[in-house]
Write a protein that binds this ligand. Sequence first.
Ligand code: AMP
Ligand code: MG
Length: 419
Amino acid sequence: MTTFQRTRSGERMLAVEEAQQQVLAEIEPLAPERVSLTDAFGRVLREDVVAARDLPSTDNSAMDGYAVRADDIAAASRDTPAILRVIEDIPAGRLPTCRVEPGTAARIMTGATVPDGADAIAQVEITDAGGDEVRVFEPVPRGTHVRRRGDDIRAGSIVLRAGTPLGAAETGALASIQRPEVIVGRMPTVAIFSTGDEIIDVGDQPQAGRVVNSNSYALASFVRQAGAIPRMLGIVRDTREATIAGIESALSADFVVSSGGVSAGAYDFVKDALDHLGADTKFWKVAMKPGKPVVFSRLHDRVYFGLPGNPVSCMVAFVLFVAPSIRKAMGQTSNLLPPVVSMRTSAAVRSKGDRRNYIRVRVAARNGELVASPMPAQGSHVSTSMLGANGLAVLEAGVTRVEAGKSVEVVLIGPIGSD
Ligand code: AMP
Ligand code: MG
């Protein structure tokens, strides 16, 4: 006869923040590697990148117009325009060959190098756009429309620091300082398996009483989103032996993430299997709902997360514990945890109040302000409560209700849209 698993002695329910700190303290950045700039998006920089040259490389024009000496046009007006001899035509990319002497100007295009002698640009709109001679109808102060050499990036300055995630703007900046390759953190591999005798796979014949393995697919997507490589290892049956073998087969990955088998049920073998394999288990339970049973272990230099089987609990535990760990392993040094913001809730939210409750919400901008709209059903088995959810409203232990229009703290877990 099977029995319920014994409660472990010394087991303590950690606060979420405490558990997050314990997890992050165990994660080391993986080895750096050199990649081409075209593969750098989504990776984390592992070197301080120093600019070799000034950007822009010369003083250049911000406008199409005429490079002039400001003093020459200081008294210009509609009725008495300054008349200047045009000595040169300077398209972008070609260096000027002449010096702008008093009484002269050079026709210049946006981005082209400002010639010696000139100290301002008279944009074409304040001139007659003349060819050999140009009339300028207004004065401009010295420096007008001149972009100074190095005013974007100075030679020798650090443009991006180690630990910075590389997005679109960062990739563009690396290109502009001519870095065709950069050193980034290796992408972690994350082995994923789901435990459960009741679990069937997505393509299997539907059967009453069986549960389709949604967790592995959701987890693999989260892993990709965090910038790592998922390895889907399928379904592990609820026996001690199968669980041990499942964990062992996952140990070539940097992280192992399983779902299910971590509560106190008669068929929950993850903790036992980890003990058998000699794992150093740091915690079993976190004071949160959904997602109370969360196992975190070190096993042969690998990091093991045993997430709960309920789809919502599994996803919430992933975003709070696994995603920050992946970011740290990739080399990110700040913003590891999801941001928390106060905002109003559009409807009343409830909690039992026994432990911290993460209410799934959709955060959107409404009338210039962020507002949290709670998902209608909040059970930890209601996977649709995560559809479109980009925030987790926090109801602390002891709080049983927050009225509509009142302020709540929300953990942001996805991009914010407009209503
Ligand atoms: P467990 O944590 O193993 O007790 O599972 C808790 C609940 O989550 C049960 O209702 C399971 O059927 C469900 N569940 C477990 N694994 C998965 C999975 N991979 N995909 C979807 N639901 C699951
Ligand atoms: Mg199970």
